[in-house]
Design a protein around this ligand. Sequence first.
Ligand code: CMP
Length: 142
Amino acid sequence: MATERTLTIIKPDAVAAGHIGDIIKILEASQFKIVAARLVSLSKKEAEGFYAVHRDKPFFQSLTNFMSSGRALAMVLEGENIIARLREVMGSTNPANAAPGTIRKLYATNIERNAVHGSDSSENAKSEIHFFFKPNEIFQRV
Ligand code: CMP
């Protein structure tokens, strides 16, 4: 299995609640390597662009209002099979269905304010990483 990269976002609910450190501790304990990080404050338009795939969903306005409501921490993680492994560590989208010990079980409030985002495929990981980071802002092995 080749090394992959994925995008994760610690969302405004978890940042406002002071859980950046708690969540990074879980990511590092999972042996995920952080190769880029940036604190962002998305505009409504940027949030709509990031979540464009959901534009026809009933929760789109509410989701993009939430995602543009405050600080969020965007990070690129690197590792073997990292896309699937991150999604396991995050837990189900709806925290009510998330397994014990997962980030969403521990820190999410509800299906929308669910503490973290993680790319769901290799194709989406590439475009989501590109949304936040230029190639020279991502750590490269020497
Ligand atoms: P995320 O993994 O970032 O991908 C899309 C986001 O939409 C999801 O996390 C939730 O924040 C939100 N979302 C997904 N399903 C629902 C829903 N049924 N109601 C409200 N928000 C949702």
